[in-house]
Design a binder for this molecule. Sequence first.
Ligand SMILES: [Zn+2]
Length: 289
Amino acid sequence: MHPLIEKLIAQGPVVTDGAWGTQLQARGLAPGECPDAWNLSHPDRVEAVARAYVDAGSQIILTNTFRSNRITLADHGLAERAQELSRAGAEISSRSAAGRACVFASIGPSGKMLVTGEVTEEELRAAFSEQARALAAGGADGIVVETMSDPAEARIAVAAARETGLPVAATMVFDSGKDKDRTMMGTTPEQAARQLSEAGADVIGANCGQGIAGYVPLARRLRAVTDLPIWIKANAGLPVLVGGKTTWRTSPEEFASQVPALLEAGAGFIGGCCGTGPDFIFAVRRALG
Ligand SMILES: [Zn+2]
């Protein structure tokens, strides 16, 4: 096991952070605007999100770099800024953590499909390697490859992240099938566990896609097929539109009430995804005593 992961889990369950997208929107990010561009245009607001999570008790915070690979950034005309945005994102979180938390830098999916030939394996490899190197240069302590639907893309991203020598967490999004236990590509938790472990991830898990109650059976199924630590970041329930505005209905207290069940199911790293904020992390910390 990577020494940093060993050190983190030695003290018991590890609290990560909550969502960034919804927090940046609350600070003025416009619909359709590229959140990662704020690492250069509004570093103070990005830093405020990171610091709010550290203050709420996150032991690990992520970075505002979910889309900072050149393939995704090309949709915003920012492909050539990939290194700069990734590095700045890692620097902002490292500065905010200031030794009080670890920084696991976020690598999200490219948004392009390998199976349809929209993107090639070689293009993905190059883009994720470039991003991972810049995140490491910006001072990240680890990397999290997250919200992946396609295990083939996840494997490429994990391999690229591992080249940095940093510990790597890898999580997929289970939002499909009648029991919401498959990724959009049909991957089951058992298949995901095998593929992510084979790719060399130090921590595996799931994020986004559904509320926290649905993660209890998912964590249990992952636990049954792997010895690796399990990382879970659930949404604040499912989004509902209220007066044209996306709203999340789960309260921090309801969210935190599922923490004991999630721990019993095998989760070792717990945080939130879409709709969750610092108040959720504070409630999770409290639930852990
Ligand atoms: Zn999410």
